[in-house]
Design a protein around this ligand. Structure first.
Ligand SMILES: Nc1ncnc2c1ncn2[C@@H]1O[C@H](COP(=O)(O)OP(=O)(O)OP(=O)(O)O)[C@@H](O)[C@H]1O
Ligand SMILES: [Mg+2]
Length: 350
């Protein structure tokens, strides 16, 4: 069962395609991260999935219900925290939540106990009787999230829950998201600009750009597909021994390449798909050849690197590029090498 399933979803605004053939599947119980630059189509997609917009064509199921045929069933199954805060500034935090509970037609007794629980979860119990006008951005966001959770939806949609917040608040919000997932088994569909957070918390991420899904997989596999880890070594000993070792490393199992200075300099970099397997081999060979490794450091591709490889630019507030040539070349090279997507979702990328 999927929490979200879409097939060739498109949305046009006056002839302009905001989203262009989005097909994706999100397993129930997963945290799915939706990553894309400004204007990529994240909010538009989420508004279709939450029944606030009708698609121009294509199909979408949320918690097993068709957004076009059964919007009421979809709404009962979801919570949606929009990009812009929807709290009424002149009401207190608690009053806002009570309003939300009434809109979800929750019985008042249940609403009162859920509101207490949620206020504890988001650590706003002590401020609950103050007007939202006096809340900070982070407090408002937490209140919005609590509002989306009151009726314990099966699928929670969060559109940029941490944008513009300081790092501590962002960390706490992601902690809540992690807890919702771990403790309540809730499916979470979250768009974000923050790569490290998506990397840490999302089971799967989808990269969207120009209204199309460019890649979809677990952060680990996306980073792995990007290629090699670099193991940088500092070697002691004489130049000839170091040179011999570099040659032997180049021929070793699990090593994809070696970069060594001519004449046996001390700095040698070994490229490998999996440094955890390569490192014991490196040490084994070095010992046999009488060369001491005095330091070692590993660098791995980050999710930011993955994003740049698919979109040709960094995520944070980068303007869309007119020239897409480099981007497409890079993408098709990766696709040809069979490096994108896990087998489960590959077919949907077309
Ligand atoms: N109601 C609308 N009318 C016309 N164009 C729209 C409308 N809503 C969105 N668009 C356009 O559709 C495209 C996708 O917008 P969308 O808001 O989905 O992007 P986003 O990925 O959420 O961006 P951001 O990171 O800035 O929130 C943009 O080009 C936007 O200008
Ligand atoms: Mg948006």
């Amino acid at each position: 069962m999927y929490s979200v399933e879409t097939a060739s979803l498109t949305k046009e605004f006056g002839g302009v395609r905001a989203i262009d053939g989005i097909s994706l599947r999100v397993e129930e119980g997963e945290v799915f991260g939706f990553l894309g630059p400004n204007g990529a189509g994240k909010s538009t997609t989420m508004m279709i999935l939450t029944t606030l917009l009708k698609p121009t064509s294509g199909r979408a199921l949320v918690a097993g219900h068709d957004v076009a045929a059964s919007p009421g069933d979809v709404r009962r199954s979801i919570g949606y925290v929009q990009q812009e805060s929807t709290a009424d500034e002149f009401l207190t935090g608690r009053e806002n939540l009570a309003l939300q509970a009434r809109m979800n037609r929750m019985p008042s007794g249940l609403a009162a106990s859920r509101i207490d629980e949620m206020l504890d979860l988001i650590e706003l119990a002590d401020k609950q009787h103050e007007p939202v006008l006096g809340y900070s951005g982070g407090m408002r966001k937490r209140l919005d999230i609590a509002g989306g959770l009151l009726h314990m939806p099966r699928v929670l949609f969060l559109d940029e829950p941490t944008v513009g917040l300081d790092i501590q608040t962002r960390r706490r919000i992601w902690e809540y998201i992690g807890r919702l997932h771990d403790e309540l088994g809730m499916s979470v569909f979250v768009s974000t600009h923050y790569m490290e957070e998506a990397d840490r918390l999302c089971d799967e991420v989808g990269i969207i750009d120009y209204g199309k899904i460019q890649a979809i997989d677990s952060p680990g596999r996306l980073k792995g597909a990007l290629g090699r880890e670099a193991v940088a070594l500092e070697l002691d000993g004489d130049g000839a021994a170091r040179e011999k070792l570099a040659a032997a490393l180049g021929a070793a199992d699990g090593v994809e390449g070696v970069s060594a200075p001519p004449g046996g300099g001390p700095g040698v970099t070994v490229f490998a798909h999996d440094s955890a397997t390569a490192i014991p081999r490196i040490f084994g060979l070095a010992e046999r050849m009488g060369v001491r490794v005095s330091s070692i450091s590993i660098s791995r591709p980050t999710l930011e690197d993955v994003f740049v490889s698919y979109t040709g630019r960094e995520l944070r507030d980068a303007p869309a590029r007119e020239d897409r040539g480099g981007r497409w070349r890079r993408r098709s090279a990766a696709a040809e090498a069979g490096k994108t997507g896990g087998p489960r979702k590959r077919g949907l990328l077309a």
